[in-house]
Design a protein around this ligand. Structure first.
Ligand code: BDP
Length: 333
């Protein structure tokens, strides 16, 4: 299906080019195929939802608007891609809000450990006023937030020994996403944080550059990190949403009707992604357990939570705008 979709698009583009050459489409709008950035492998909930978006976009506009998603981070690391989308060199992307903090300081509110009560709570918050406020802050930086995707909860996984209490983190080298807030999070637990690109984590775990990392079940599984880090500890310390973002420069060039369509498709793709996500989380957990990893449940998260006070204090000190956002999140049931 994907093949024939591409062939149709090539044909449509060829016909349009021919028509322009003959002068029959004098006012044809300039449009190059949109390039979409995605860090994940092709077989992943984010990837399937983004592909669906581009297929629908072409269908619904009879090939007038087309896109191609580049999976597997081939267009660059996440911090680089954020800049590329801001510049309009990449048209759209699904970004985790973790590495968004250095560009959009307000985004750090969702990066605070234990800020959300659950994944459902995160969705209720993001689909409401706080989501709008974050969207406005991102738009100021050239990123139009069209919909929120799910990324579950992140937990620690380690090579040598499991983590059950904050004491177990003392002295460990833990990979984090590119954001000082996460460095502070690991330091508050007594560990040493190493910010690093997603693509480098497997090798770093294998060669002992780091002792552990943290992520959700699907990423732990799809990257094969589980092959080298055999202890997964259910700390669920971070619940970070992901954003379907469009470059503001591209967005501003669209007609109001096209903007409406693109937003509606992005939102619909998010609904699809959330369903796929729920299923994949269970499947990934089952797959890595079947592959023999040790899952350490952490029923008492209070000691981890208590250790996070300095992280909150430092974050609010650096970005005072976070204080009302934290209150707004806490006021959502
Ligand atoms: C995954 C996110 C992806 C991040 C990655 C990471 O979906 O956007 O780049 O974690 O840890 O869960 O870098």
């Amino acid at each position: 299906m994907f093949q024939s979709f591409k062939a149709t698009r090539r044909l449509a583009t060829g016909l349009a080019a021919g028509a322009v050459a003959l002068g029959t489409l004098a006012a044809a709008p300039a449009h190059a195929e949109w390039r979409g950035w995605n860090i994940h492998v092709e077989d992943y909930p984010v990837s399937a939802a983004m592909d669906w978006f581009t297929e629908e976009l072409a269908k619904r506009t009879d090939g007038r608007l087309t896109g191609q998603v580049y999976h597997g981070g081939v267009l660059g690391s996440q911090p680089d891609a954020i800049e590329q989308v801001r510049l309009g060199a990449i048209d759209f992307a699904v970004f985790n809000l973790g590495p968004m903090g250095p560009t959009v300081p307000e985004a750090n509110v969702v990066n605070l450990p234990f800020i959300f009560k659950s994944v459902d709570h995160m969705h209720r918050v993001l689909d409401g006023k706080v989501g709008e406020m974050l969207g406005a802050a991102m738009a100021e930086k050239g990123l139009v937030a069209l919909a929120w995707y799910d990324s579950g909860a992140r937990s620690f996984y380690t090579v040598g020994k499991p983590i059950a209490t904050p004491d177990d983190v003392v002295g460990l080298k833990i990979r984090v996403m590119n954001n000082e807030l996460f460095v502070g999070m690991i330091e508050a637990l007594g560990g040493n944080a190493t910010p690093m690109a997603f693509s480098e984590v497997y090798q770093s775990l294998k060669t002992g550059v780091v002792d552990g990392a943290e992520n959700n079940w699907p990423s732990y599984e799809s990257t094969n990190h589980f092959e080298v880090a055999r202890y997964y500890s259910g700390t669920e310390h971070l619940i970070i949403p992901e954003c379907f973002c469009m470059s503001k420069s591209v967005w501003d060039g669209l007609s109001a009707d096209d903007q409406e369509l693109v937003r509606a498709l992005a939102k619909e793709s998010a609904e699809m992604q959330r369903e796929l996500w729920a299923a994949r989380s269970q499947a990934s957990k089952a797959a890595v357990e079947a592959a023999g990893i040790t899952y350490v449940e952490v029923p008492d998260k209070a000691p981890f939570q208590a250790a996070m006070d300095p992280v909150y204090e430092k974050a609010v000190e650096a970005v005072p705008e976070l204080a009302p956002l934290i209150d707004a999140i806490k006021s959502v049931d």
